[in-house]
Design a protein around this ligand. Structure first.
Ligand code: NOJ
Length: 590
């Protein structure tokens, strides 16, 4: 519900109002907040740094729009939907891999880095997509899968062909333990694949094991070999020359392994695949990762347009995350998995984590997301089973009004939900077969985009899309939601437009207000404007009162609402803001 008019009427008669000119945080807010108001605006974008105030939209190409009726999304389909993306208000699309691939990991097993998989179209289709996107001010970010290739990549085929092949050392080959001429022995150590079981695969032809952090069909590249650097830098050059705006770098913390092959320590319990739990101590986050990030940055920085690097790295804390920025010479946008995975509506937890990242030692730009192609959708993860739509709007406000670069996942703007396969026979993602029923795989968050309420949701003309259309598509779809001013889609549109029109929401500092256990409140402040965001993360009605210490009050100022997800009543006063369950309010002090 958009209630701007009623709120303005309500505060017009208020004796108590907010003073924007003297708005200042309390001592408590300052203690936990990173930046004082005096410094407001010091982090304003310089030069073209477009990525600081961009909103990135992740597209899973198999599932976005099918243009040729084969049940699988494709490049022409994405191009056909650029107007939708432009109207929505996004600035860049990150497309997950569209390179030739056997498809074991649905594109993350690449057999040729400098071509387009015919399933998705041609290079001409790709060039046309970049050109059409540019016309609409939309940048294209590619996925750079750097840790591993497909076992069908010609580099690996050569590498596995003989022990003295020049590309043998492009991958990680080791002898087994206790291996003899007739016995393959045991894997070199206890390292485990993220996708279950040993990370070592025996290769009978050359009688050695190769290392794979992910599926058996995804052998790890050996980043200790300079020729691998040259080849992978060439991949970056290839796509930069085609006009892409940067890369999302896949699984970057897994690039190096301990050369002495120490066993990883075991943890208690077992995973969904029945393996003992393990700490990936000797295969994650080795310091050399940062040399590679610097190198990638220096390659892309040869090109104009301020190319962006986004990293997928599920770092365990803000200190580890901050290292990804380097000294401003690594990546601009490390994805913040800490915040993505709070997985409960907890005001204290969000307050703590947002304060931490605001205060990051590298002064880097945060990158926020709540859904992607690897984890259940936010509608389910944050919903309480009763108020999910309301909570979806609250999460949209959180994502789009905090200081950072938001990254959306296709369909989150509709309230798309996770729709897991019901039977093991229907599972596509191999981990879903291996771990069933504990681990059902990632099909549930990759279902086709819901454009219309028709049987195939406007995604395809095929009778059988590659993944089934979720039943929720009949109600949650672009066509229906566009017509409903209260829909989740229109909430996103409204918030995205606000980000563009309000400098404080794009670039202003962020300062937490108060310590309420249910309400996450914060101030966004740029040189000449202050915006307050109030998020009631509980199922109780809450009354939020700005204390004189939180903000200075006087009689001449007002608080003007910009957005609210719900009617908050007629009796609003800055000293007494009534917030219904899961209400989200964005208001401007003036
Ligand atoms: C991270 C990607 O997001 C995921 O989908 C993939 O399975 C792994 N990396 C391996 O490439």
């Amino acid at each position: 519900m958009h209630w701007t008019k009623s709120f303005v009427a309500a505060i017009a008669g208020c004796a108590l109002s907010l003073s924007i000119g003297t708005l200042a945080p309390t001592a408590s807010a300052q203690a936990s907040a990173p930046t004082s108001l005096a410094e407001a605006g010091k982090d304003q974008p310089t030069g073209s740094e477009w990525w600081r105030h961009a909103v990135i939209y992740e597209i899973y190409p198999r599932s976005f729009q099918d243009s040729n009726g084969d049940g699988v999304g494709d490049i022409k389909g994405i191009t056909a939907r650029l107007d939708y993306l432009h109207d929505l208000g996004i600035d860049a699309i990150w497309i997950t891999p569209m390179y030739p691939s056997p498809g074991i990991d649905y594109g993350y097993d690449i057999s040729d880095y400098t071509a387009i998989d015919p399933e998705y179209g041609t290079m001409a289709d790709f060039d046309n997509l970049v050109a059409e996107a540019k016309k609409r001010d939309i940048r294209v970010i590619m996925d750079y899968v750097i840790n591993h290739t497909s076992d069908q990549n010609k580099w690996f085929l050569e590498s596995r062909s003989s022990r003295d092949n020049p590309k043998r050392d492009w991958y990680v080959w080791r002898d087994g333990k206790g291996e003899t001429a007739t016995d393959k022995g045991q894997p070199p150590n206890n390292w485990q694949s993220w996708f279950g079981h040993s990370a070592w695969q025996w290769d009978e032809k050359t009688r050695q094991y190769y290392y794979h952090y992910f599926y058996v069909q995804q052998p790890d590249l050996n980043w200790r070999n300079p020729d691998v650097h040259k080849a992978m830098d060439g991949v970056l050059d290839f796509w930069m020359k085609r006009g892409v705006a940067g890369f999302r770098i896949d699984a970057v913390s897994r690039l190096y392994e301990d050369p002495n092959l120490h066993d990883d320590p075991y943890l208690s319990g077992r995973n969904a695949y029945g393996d003992r739990n393990i700490q990936h101590k000797y295969t994650d986050d080795l310091p050399q990762v940062h040399d590679v990030l610097k190198e990638v940055r220096s390659v892309v920085d040869k090109y104009p347009g301020d190319p962006v690097l986004v990293t997928e790295a599920d770092e365990p804390n803000v200190q580890a995350l901050s290292k990804m920025y380097g000294n401003g010479d690594e990546v601009q946008l490390p994805m913040d998995f800490q915040i993505a995975d709070v997985n409960e509506l907890s005001a204290p937890r969000f307050r703590e984590l947002f304060n931490q990242i605001e205060n990051n030692s590298a002064h880097g730009q945060p990158e926020y997301f709540f859904s992607n192609h690897d984890q259940p959708r936010q509608w389910d993860r944050y919903g309480d089973g009763v108020h999910n739509d309301q909570i979806a709007k609250l999460m949209a406000v959180l994502e789009l009004t905090t200081r950072g670069t938001p990254q959306m996942y296709y369909g989150e703007e509709l309230g798309m939900r996770t729709t897991d396969p019901a039977r093991i026979e229907d599972v596509h993602d191999p981990i879903g077969k291996l771990g069933w029923p504990k681990e059902k795989g990632r099909d549930g968050e990759r279902t086709p985009m819901q454009w219309t309420s028709s049987q195939e949701a406007g995604f395809t003309t095929a009778t059988k899309p590659w993944l089934p259309i979720p039943p929720s598509a009949s109600k949650y779809n672009v066509e229906a939601e566009s017509k409903n001013p209260n829909s989740i889609l229109n909430t996103y549109k409204e918030l995205l437009a606000l980000r563009k029109s309000e400098p404080a929401l794009r670039d202003g500092v962020q300062i937490s207000i108060g310590n309420d256990s249910d309400v996450f409140a914060y101030l966004r402040r740029s040189r000449d404007e202050s915006i307050i965001v109030l998020l009631n993360m509980s199922s109780k009605e809450k009354v939020f009162a700005f204390r004189p210490g939180d903000v200075q009050l006087n009689d001449s100022s007002t608080l003007r609402p910009l957005y609210s997800s719900t009617r908050v009543g007629e009796s609003i006063s800055p000293a007494h803001v009534v917030l219904p369950p899961f209400a989200a309010v964005v208001a401007k002090a003036q």
